[in-house]
Write a protein that binds this ligand. Structure first.
Ligand SMILES: Nc1ncnc2c1ncn2[C@@H]1O[C@H](COP(=O)(O)OP(=O)(O)O)[C@@H](O)[C@H]1O
Ligand SMILES: [Mg+2]
Length: 298
């Protein structure tokens, strides 16, 4: 197992942002280095125990997806090959978790696509028959497939929780034309991601994309189709009407929910088997999706 890392510091590179999971360094006017730590966040609270290999899985899986999805439009991806990284990031402890990207002018919206009824969507549906205000057919069960994938954007809050917004509100925020492009690109990426996941026996229940402008062109940025940004279910064990076996942090959410935690910091301590089980789920998602064997090089 690789050395787990909760926080990074890269001599010679300027840290410009420390997110919940990833840290952004400036490389030059046009490039950033995105470094995924092994931090875990659930319910927007960051845990103080690392999940070994998680950062490297996020980076390597995103890099793989960016290459697979290149036909669907521009992305910020430049390279995750250690030889292309700025010299101070080539250290093995950093190289596996680091990605060189084009700097983008971010669109401050989270572009969520849901193909199945899960999580907060399922909770709202039980209450109101809607998901993010969108009416759905009656009689759906937990984890049921939706008639078609739906686009349910939210705000991207610098602090606190993101808030769901309607597509009309998104259009007010960013303009009708861009809102439509965000929806179309997000749905197209989801559909292709879901198709590839299905071909290896996984269900992509939902996911979140971020976009930005690079050279005045709309590009998908951030991470894509990872277990941090998506719900992946095991197709074999899938049975609507119950909470599916998943390859993501649902395992942690279920554990902390059972402790009665109120979802306010500090986060509860995770036992070793929950940490290990989470690590194994992230690695399994990587292996299933890419068809590669996980080799921690750090
Ligand atoms: N190409 C890019 N240009 C500018 N910002 C980016 C780019 N790709 C990702 N980001 C931003 O970098 C940050 C990644 O760190 P993350 O841990 O995901 O933060 P957060 O807590 O906001 O989710 C996010 O704020 C994301 O919007
Ligand atoms: Mg993020």
């Amino acid at each position: 197992m690789s050395n787990a890392m909760l926080q990074t510091e890269i001599p010679g590179l300027e840290l410009i942002h420390r997110g919940k999971v990833r840290e952004t360094y400036e490389v030059d006017d046009r490039h950033l280095l995105l470094v995924a730590t092994d931090r875990l966040s659930a319910f927007d609270v960051v845990f103080d125990q690392p999940i070994p290999d998680k950062g490297a899985v996020l980076t390597r899986l995103s890099a793989w997806w960016f290459e697979q999805l290149a036909g669907l439009g521009r992305s910020h991806f430049v390279s995750a090959d250690p030889a292309d990284l700025p010299e101070p990031a080539r250290d093995p402890s950093l190289a596996d978790r680091s990605m060189l990207v084009r700097r983008a002018r971010r669109v401050d919206a989270e572009c969520v696509v849901r193909g199945y009824l899960a999580g907060s969507g399922w909770a709202e549906y039980q209450r109101a028959g809607t998901v993010c205000g969108m009416p759905l057919p009656a009689g759906l069960r937990e984890a049921d497939r939706l008639p078609e994938p739906i686009f349910t954007p939210s705000t991207k809050a610098e602090v606190g929780h993101d808030e769901n917004i309607s597509t009309a509100q998104l259009a007010d925020m960013v303009g009708a034309d861009l809102a439509r492009q965000l929806e179309e690109r997000s749905i197209a990426l989801y559909v292709e991601g879901a198709r590839r996941a299905e071909s290896v026996g996984l269900i992509l229940a939902d996911t979140k994309f971020e976009f930005g402008f690079i050279d005045d062109e709309l590009a998908v940025i951030d991470e894509v189709l990872t277990p941090d940004s998506s719900r992946f279910w095991d197709g074999e064990a899938y049975a609507p009407g119950s909470s599916p076996q998943s390859f993501d942090k649902q395992f942690v959410r279920d554990f902390v929910a059972a402790t009665g935690w109120n979802k306010e910091p500090p986060a509860p301590t995770l036992p070793d088997d929950v940490i290990r089980g989470t690590r194994d789920r992230y690695v399994a998602a990587y292996e299933r999706l890419t068809g590669r064997t996980w080799e921690a090089t750090a």
